[in-house]
Design a protein around this ligand. Structure first.
Ligand code: FJE
Ligand code: FE
Length: 302
């Protein structure tokens, strides 16, 4: 390969793993189980990311009627199907490999429940919105598995949920600039993936074992979250004999004050007080919550 091209694909300053967390199962919602990595006590916030849950729901468990304001939720299914239903009549299913990118903005009230028997598994990522976007109109971007762009090269497969990898771009619009890549590396494969220098980035391992950051570092297995330090991208290796699957997520930090009360994430305590008042009195985006109940008819105390 000519030297010029090498420098184009190569990384000059690969990011190292600076912290590592094992996400252990905990109860959330109504009988659901989540492995929460970002959003737990030791890792309250990794700007702009509020929560990363690897969830597992088996009927009748689920996430019945509950609100959101001030951020986005990204639901990416790994196995099974979830039915979602909101107070504006927006309804549908999210099946294996499907994506729902929901900008809650000023307010969404919805339910997220298992659609079938067996265990439904997926990832849900909460991405904070900047102060200027917290009260925007809610919006959904949905993609079924077959429409999610995939690229392959040298033992690497990537599903491009958001951002760009191996020359393939996702059509998802990220109001808080974000990349979300689902990588599968065959045995022996080595990945070099650029990540903008100023962004925060993490890896969450789904399957197999991988070596991240430095070729000599200890292999990491499923359910581990790795926070990456500064640099221009991620270098990863599959030195095992099995497939390695992980997500790489990066986002531009907002660097704004944050006050969170459960599913409401604002910049100040006054805005949180206002949000609770809006929700309780069906105002400023919560009007439609007054007469709405999901088909499950259940609610969630948050
Ligand atoms: C929520 C408790 C919750 N992780 N992963 C309190 F469980 C939830 C919530 C979820 C959730 C939903 C899915 Cl489909 C997947 C999740 C938490 O709905 F929003 C609050 N406030
Ligand atoms: Fe929700």
């Amino acid at each position: 390969m000519p030297e010029k091209e090498k420098s184009r694909v190569g990384l000059n300053d690969p990011r190292l793993v600076v912290r590592k967390f094992l996400a252990r199962p905990q109860h959330e919602g109504l009988g659901a189980i989540v492995r929460r990595s970002i959003g737990r006590f030791e890792l309250r916030y990794f700007d702009p990311f509020l929560v990363l849950d690897e969830f597992s729901v088996t009927a009748p468990a689920g996430f019945p009627d509950h609100p959101h304001r001030g951020f986005e939720t990204v639901t990416y299914m790994l196995q099974g199907t979830v039915i979602h239903e909101d107070f504006d009549g927006h309804k549908g299913t999210i099946g294996p490999g499907d994506l729902q990118w929901m900008t809650a903005g000023r307010g969404i009230v919805h339910s997220e429940m298992p659609a079938s028997q067996g265990t439904q598994k997926g990832l849900q990522l909460w991405i904070n919105l900047s102060s200027k976007n917290k009260m925007i109109e809610p919006r959904y971007q949905e993609m079924s598995s077959k429409d999610i762009a995939e690229a392959t090269n040298d033992g690497i497969k990537v599903r491009v949920i958001a951002g760009e990898a191996l020359g393939t771009k996702s059509p998802i619009y990220t109001r808080t600039p974000t990349m979300f890549l689902d990588f599968t590396l065959e045995s022996g494969a080595r990945l070099q993936q650029p990540v903008p220098e100023s962004w925060n980035a993490f890896v969450y391992v789904l399957e197999g074992e991988g070596v991240f950051g430095r070729s000599k570092s200890t292999p990491v297995t499923a359910h581990y979250l790795l926070l990456l330090g500064s640099g221009d991208g991620l270098e990863a290796w599959n030195k095992s004999s099995k497939l390695l699957r992980f997500i790489l997520v990066g986002g531009e930090p907002l660097r704004e004050p944050l006050v969170q009360f459960g599913p409401f994430v604002m910049n100040t305590q006054e805005e949180i007080d206002q949000t609770i008042d809006d929700f309780e009195n069906y105002r400023n985006g919560f009007e439609k919550a007054r007469h709405w109940r999901s088909e499950s008819g259940l609610g969630l105390d948050f």
